[in-house]
Design a protein around this ligand. Structure first.
Ligand SMILES: [Ca+2]
Ligand SMILES: [Ca+2]
Length: 83
């Protein structure tokens, strides 16, 4: 399971359920602080895409999406990746 495949699965799930990136973001950001951190991403991918990724894979995804370098994914960064 490559990290990029996990993103593709999120994208597919979003399309299948007719969700916007904002809907998906809210679903993953369970503590509602406006950013997605590692544990939230892990749980989100597990529940939405059905894949349990390793901590390394999670941190690779965050690194590849995180353009402002705060080590968290905000809604703009998720939109850039999935939109
Ligand atoms: Ca959060
Ligand atoms: Ca960020």
């Amino acid at each position: 399971m490559a990290s990029s495949d996990a993103l593709e699965k999120l994208k597919d799930a979003m399309k299948d359920d007719n969700k916007s990136v904002e809907d998906l973001f809210k679903e993953i950001d369970t503590d509602k602080d406006g950013t997605i951190n590692g544990p939230e991403l892990y749980k989100g991918i597990k529940s939405i895409a059905g894949e349990a990724l390793t901590p390394d894979q999670i941190s690779n995804i965050i690194k590849s999406l995180d353009t402002d370098g705060d080590n968290r994914i905000d809604v703009m960064e998720l939109r850039n990746a999935l939109g």
